[in-house]
Design a protein around this ligand. Structure first.
Ligand code: KIV
Length: 273
C-alpha cells in the first residue's frame, strides 16, 4: 500500500475544492482511464481524477482526441469510478456530444452521469458552448470548464502550440473564463497558455483554476498519468515533469520475463502446483 495515503479520507466534493482554494491548499489532479491505475492514484491521495478524452491518444492510439465515442468514454469512466474511494471523478464529454445543441448536450451528460456514477463533467470551450453548459448545470450536473489549448479544436488551431499569446485571444480567454464561472462551473482547466495569463485569470476568479502548462500561479495542476509516469517516452512538452520512468521499468521487466521463459528458468519449482 502507498506511503502517500492522505489522512483525510473524506470524499472530495466540488464544495471542498472551493474550500481548499480559500485555504490556499493546492489541488492535485491526474488522469486515469482504467480500474488498476485509478486504484493506485486514488490511494496515493490525488484530489481529482479526470477520465480524460486523452484516452483517445494514450489508450486507443489515435492521433487526436476527436475519435473517442460516448460509449468508449462511459466504459473508461465506469472502470475508474469502481476503483475510486476518495478523489472527485470528472469525465470529459467527448467531441460531438455537446456542440450540436443544448438539448443533445444535456441528454448525453445525463447518460454519462447515470451510467458511470461519476461526480462531474468537463467540457471544452467558452461562449460558443454556453447554452449547453447552462442546460447541463440546470440539470444539477457539476461542470469543470476547459479553455486555452482545447484539443478537441486541434483542426481549427492547426497546432498544439501555446495559446492566447496575443492580446485578442488572451482577452477572449479571460472573458470566457468569467462567463463559465458566472454560469456556475465549479472549476476551470487552463491548458498551455502563458504563465502570466494563467495567474491573472486565476486571481480574477473565485473558482479554482487547474493548469496544465499554465504556470505556477494557478490553484492546481493536472497531468496525464501516462506522461508523468514516463510511459509515453516520445511526448516531451516543456510543461511535463516525469516522476518515474515506467517505460524503462516495463521494458526491462518484459525483457527479463522473455529471457527467463526462453531459458526455462520460469516457472521454477515454487511457482508451480
Ligand atoms: O483529456 C485530458 O487528459 C485533458 C487534460 C489534459 C486536462 O483534458
Amino acid at each position: 500500500m502507498s506511503k502517500y495515503i492522505v489522512e483525510d479520507t473524506r470524499k472530495v466534493t466540488t464544495h471542498r475544492l472551493i474550500e481548499m482554494k480559500r485555504k490556499g491548499e493546492k489541488i492535485a489532479m491526474l488522469t486515469a482511464y482504467d480500474f488498476t491505475m485509478a486504484s493506485i492514484i486514488d490511494a496515493a491521495g490525488v484530489d481529482i481524477i479526470l477520465v480524460g478524452d486523452s484516452a483517445s491518444n494514450v489508450m486507443a492510439g489515435n492521433i487526436t482526441t476527436l475519435p473517442i465515442t460516448l460509449d468508449q468514454m462511459i466504459y473508461h469512466a465506469k472502470s475508474v469510478v469502481r476503483a475510486v474511494k476518495r478523489a472527485l471523478v470528472v469525465v470529459d464529454m467527448p467531441f460531438g456530444t455537446y456542440q450540436v445543441n443544448a438539448d443533445e448536450a444535456v441528454k448525453n451528460a445525463i447518460r454519462i452521469m447515470k451510467e458511470t456514477h461519476a461526480d462531474a463533467l468537463k467540457l471544452e470551450g467558452g461562449e460558443e458552448i454556453l447554452p449547453s453548459v447552462r442546460k447541463i448545470l440546470d440539470a444539477g450536473i457539476p461542470i469543470m470548464g476547459h479553455l486555452g489549448l482545447t484539443p478537441q479544436s486541434i483542426n481549427k488551431f492547426g497546432t498544439y502550440g501555446v495559446r492566447a499569446k496575443d492580446e485578442a485571444e488572451a482577452a477572449k480567454l479571460s472573458h470566457d473564463a468569467h462567463l463559465l464561472q458566472d454560469a456556475g462551473c465549479f472549476s476551470l482547466v487552463l491548458e498551455k497558455i502563458p504563465a502570466t495569463l494563467g495567474e491573472k485569470v486565476a486571481q480574477s476568479l473565485e473558482v479554482p483554476i487547474i493548469g496544465i502548462g499554465a504556470g505556477g500561479g494557478v490553484y492546481g495542476q493536472v497531468l496525464v498519468c501516462t506522461d508523468m509516469l514516463g510511459m509515453t517516452a516520445d511526448f516531451t512538452p516543456r510543461f511535463l515533469r516525469r516522476y518515474a520512468d515506467l517505460n524503462t521499468v516495463i521494458s526491462d521487466a518484459v525483457g527479463n520475463y522473455i529471457k527467463d521463459v526462453k531459458a526455462s528458468d520460469f516457472p521454477n519449482e515454487k511457482e508451480q502446483y
